[in-house]
Design a protein around this ligand. Structure first.
Ligand SMILES: Cc1cc2nc3c(=O)[nH]c(=O)nc-3n(C[C@H](O)[C@H](O)[C@H](O)COP(=O)(O)O)c2cc1C
Length: 195
């Protein structure tokens, strides 16, 4: 059994929902998972107790949340030293030609200019929560949809997340944990390199 931290930044709850789904899969595989919203304080000492990490953040106004990026940069040595999976959640990813990690501009930019070197990355299409947005947010989201694929905003809340893909990502993480079980030291598997 490994002790895992799933650390996330979420505003309207979609990233949290994805983390919760992953948590249930990883827990069922016999691991001990703490889900930690990064809006709260996380100390360096606390991170040291974990053997692997899952990181997730949604995108707002073209970027992952500031507090998420700050947390990663402050703790990058620890995050890169151990198995670490990262995913991004945004609405642009619902478009077929932006749905793979190497095609998604937020994910590629974040990895190209940041110091995080995850073992594996994913991008998930998020949710459109019309009922929770104010006037300004509705205008902005309508614009994002129009610019990204010419579609108009849905008239009601809708979720674009591909849950099969979330499950596969969690299962891949479990497989990596299992393959490292019994090894005293993480030998590194930083397979994903941003071109
Ligand atoms: C104010 C606002 C700004 C957003 N900006 C972007 C954006 O720039 N690009 C994008 O693809 N999605 C954008 N989104 C969509 C979110 O990434 C999507 O709704 C996601 O599911 C939010 O996840 P969360 O509930 O975990 O925060 C935005 C959403 C809101 C409400």
């Amino acid at each position: 059994m490994s002790k895992i931290a799933m650390l996330f930044a979420s505003r309207e709850g979609q990233t949290q929902k994805i983390i919760e789904r992953m948590c249930s899969i990883v827990t069922r595989a016999g691991h001990d998972v703490d889900m930690i919203h990064l809006e709260g304080p996380v100390t360096k000492n606390r991170l040291e107790q974990y053997e692997a990490f899952v990181l997730g953040s949604s995108v707002r106004y073209g970027q992952h949340h500031d507090y998420f990026c700050r947390f990663v940069e402050q703790n990058v040595a620890e995050l890169n030293r151990k198995p670490c999976y990262f995913f991004s959640v945004n609405l642009t990813a619902r478009k077929t030609n932006r749905s793979e990690p190497h095609q998604n501009p937020y994910l590629t930019k974040y990895l190209r200019y940041g110091s995080l070197r995850p073992d594996s990355v994913e991008v998930f299409a998020g949710a459109f929560k019309w009922s929770r947005y104010g006037f300004f947010q509705r205008q902005l989201l309508s614009l994002i949809l129009r610019v990204s694929d010419g579609s108009s905003a849905p008239a009601e809340d809708c979720e674009f997340t591909d849950w099969c893909r979330v499950i596969k990502f969690a299962e891949r993480f479990v497989q990596q944990l299992d393959s490292h079980a019994g090894q005293n030291r993480y030998s590194g598997c930083k397979e994903w390199v941003c071109a």
